[in-house]
Design a protein around this ligand. Structure first.
Ligand SMILES: Cc1ncc(COP(=O)(O)O)c(C=O)c1O
Length: 431
């Protein structure tokens, strides 16, 4: 075992037996594929603001932030109060509530393209419903998505090509309803849309780092072909701006999906947009039950979270701290002469290791392998992840999701810890 792993095992004795038990309980030993780790995952116990503590009492600065749902940080007092107070009044009233109405009103105030909406229980469900709405509204069947985009774990969202799809358990019929097209390529999309008249909608992962011209062009192209445009704002919603990616770039999609921040860190999602499209749900149209749709706890947390986003400079603060983090990591990479850079839009800091990126262009992405890029291997990234966990950072080394609760001191401590992690990996001869 490398000394990075030795140190990890030394620091995490209590996580080990939990991981061993979990192996016998859960497929692959985890409850979310991104939580797998070698030699074993860390088990967390609690979090406050930007900090988390694991079952061994190790403290971390958090950059996974509830897979992006905790832009206010962990255990924000207003969210705790809202949920506790509702909990005491009943957690499921099997009826509409005042809270769901006020929650929806907050979404509509924040996101001008949303005229009407429907709450669901997750981002995955929001995309499933958006595809249905588009199909019923247009009377057409195909959804076009960009290759490599992530839209949750439903069958249509995972369609790649027919052979891999069979391994994922996706029926052939479903594969045939989805068309993949290369990312950021309007010409390729145009070619698809010119050549056929069975496309219901194009879906765009709105937290994908794309040039503004592409995002604007996407709107023009879909409008000119009479095809609906869906923005998947599950990550970018209430983060890229108060109105998500669409607010940042001034583009108005027909439908948008939200989750994560929408529900204040509790389970929940919604699909919203043009009233005539959303109204495909209901009597004589799309069936939509769902036990936990707009459940009172998620509604209470969501309403409280959106209220804070609306009132305070949450997006701006998280963006500013991401800039500070990117600048700090870029200095470290430069001084250690590691090709690469910290980059990215809004409050998600991406880190490219091994492959240069234009850090002065917020929409630049690292050169792909085809363009001569040489990203470090997954093995090196995994080692770096362990090394920075050992240094008190809870993050993937290549993707760090900020909150508005990260202070300047947190960011500066993060940069030092990241640097120490890189030195440990270099000492192991890996970078
Ligand atoms: C862009 C995007 N869309 C959809 C989803 C699915 O959301 P959920 O995990 O709430 O089902 C995710 C989840 O990370 C996402 O990143």
């Amino acid at each position: 075992m490398s000394s990075i792993e030795d140190r990890f095992v030394e620091l995490h004795p209590e996580s080990k037996p939990l991981a061993e038990k979990a192996m016998g309980l859960f497929a692959d030993g985890v409850t979310h594929e991104r939580r797998s780790m070698s030699p074993y995952p860390v088990y967390m116990e609690r979090g406050v603001g930007p900090r988390k503590w694991d079952v061994d009492g190790n403290e971390y600065i958090d950059y996974k932030t509830g897979h992006g749902s905790m832009i206010l940080g962990q255990a924000h007092p207003a969210i705790v109060e809202a949920v506790q107070s509702q909990m005491a009044k009943g957690t499921h009233l099997s009826s509409g509530t005042r809270l769901e109405v006020e929650w929806a009103e907050a979404v509509i105030r924040l996101v001008p393209s949303v005229e009407k909406l429907r709450f669901v229980a997750s981002g995955t469900e929001a995309l499933m419903m958006a595809f249905k709405m588009a199909r019923v509204f247009s009377g057409k069947e195909k959804i076009v998505k960009f290759a490599g985009a992530f839209h949750g774990w439903s069958d249509p969202a995972y369609v790649t090509d027919t052979e891999t799809d069979r391994e994922y358990g996706i029926p052939r019929g479903t594969s045939e309803t989805v068309i993949n097209t290369p990312a950021h390529d309007l010409d390729a999309l145009d070619e698809i849309l010119v050549g056929r008249d069975d496309v219901a909608a194009v879906v765009f992962q709105a937290n994908d780092i794309a040039p503004p011209e592409f995002i604007e062009g996407l709107r023009e192209l879909t409008t000119s072909h009479g095809v609906l445009l869906i923005f998947d704002e599950v990550v970018s919603g209430f983060r890229w701006s108060n109105a998500g990616c669409q607010g940042r770039y001034g583009v108005s999609p027909d439908l948008s999906t939200f989750a994560k921040i929408l529900a204040g860190g509790l389970p929940g999602g919604c699909v919203g947009g043009r009233a005539d499209v959303v109204d495909t749900v209901g009597e004589g149209g799309i069936r939509h039950p769902g036990t936990f749709n707009a459940n009172p706890l998620s509604a209470a947390a969501g309403k409280a979270a959106l209220g804070i986003v609306e009132r305070d400079p949450i997006v701006e603060t998280a963006d500013k701290q991401a800039d500070r983090l990117k600048a700090g990591i870029n200095k470290v990479l430069q001084s250690m002469e590691i090709p690469g850079g910290a980059y990215g839009v809004s409050s998600i800091a991406m880190v490219s290791l091994g492959t240069p990126v234009d850090i002065d262009d917020p929409h630049a992405v690292p050169a792909g392998v085809e363009q001569g890029g040489r990203p470090v291997s997954t093995e090196v990234l995994d080692k770096l992840q362990l090394a920075i966990i050992n240094e008190g950072l809870w993050t993937h080394p290549a993707s760090m999701i900020l909150s508005a609760s990260h202070s300047d001191a947190d960011i500066d401590a993060t940069v030092s810890a990241y640097e120490a992690g890189l030195h440990a990996v270099r000492a192991a001869g890996l970078i």
